[in-house]
Design a protein around this ligand. Structure first.
Ligand code: HEC
Length: 149
């Protein structure tokens, strides 16, 4: 029994020691990961809009707003590794302060949107969206080269 516990303990330590190293360092993984984050944003925003337009179950509206906020909160981390490529312009890292400010703004705006969705419902969400809460284009215009790829 003691042996088994010792073995289990050693195994746990080995796993803990390995996990940080096991993180993706492959450049194509880095690019894939941040593109997944971006695509998830687009999918959640599209789903949210469908619920607002009566084309999808209205009960899911709040969940899509919340999911959008969660995904947005993961996005900056996904760009931290400096791996030019995909559709990202080198300025993402050359002007990291501005880029991260823009990404944090999106995270804050979507978090606010999720709150408003829960307390104010569809009309309040629509108002926020009309007021320009989704700053996607403002960043893409500067930091994304959609023609590339
Ligand atoms: C702070 C900057 C920034 C913000 C804000 C931002 N994006 Fe992006 N987005 C990028 C960059 C940079 C790329 C290119 C990433 C790459 O190809 O490596 C990108 C790529 C994309 C792509 C293409 C992904 C692919 O398949 O290659 C989609 C779709 C996208 N963004 C949607 C969105 C949506 C929707 C929002 C808003 C809800 C948003 N983005 C907000 C910077 C941003």
């Amino acid at each position: 029994m003691t042996r088994l516990l010792q073995f289990a303990g050693a195994l746990a330590i080995a796993v803990m020691a390995l996990s940080p190293v096991a993180r993706a360092a492959d450049p194509s993984d880095v690019i894939d990961y941040r593109q997944h984050a971006m695509k998830s944003l687009a999918e959640q925003l599209a789903s949210l809009n469908m619920t607002l337009q009566g084309k999808a179950p209205a009960e899911n509206m709040v969940l899509h707003a919340q999911t959008l906020a969660v995904v947005a909160s993961t996005a900056l981390k996904a760009f931290e590794d400096k791996v030019p490529g995909g559709e990202a312009k080198p300025d993402v890292w050359a002007k990291w302060d501005d880029f991260s400010k823009k990404m944090n703004e999106l995270a804050a705006n979507t978090a606010e949107l999720a709150k408003v969705a829960q307390s104010g419902g569809a009309a309040a969400v629509q108002e926020k969206l009309k007021a320009g809460a989704m700053t996607c284009k403002g960043c893409h215009d500067v930091y994304r080269d959609a023609a590339k790829k």
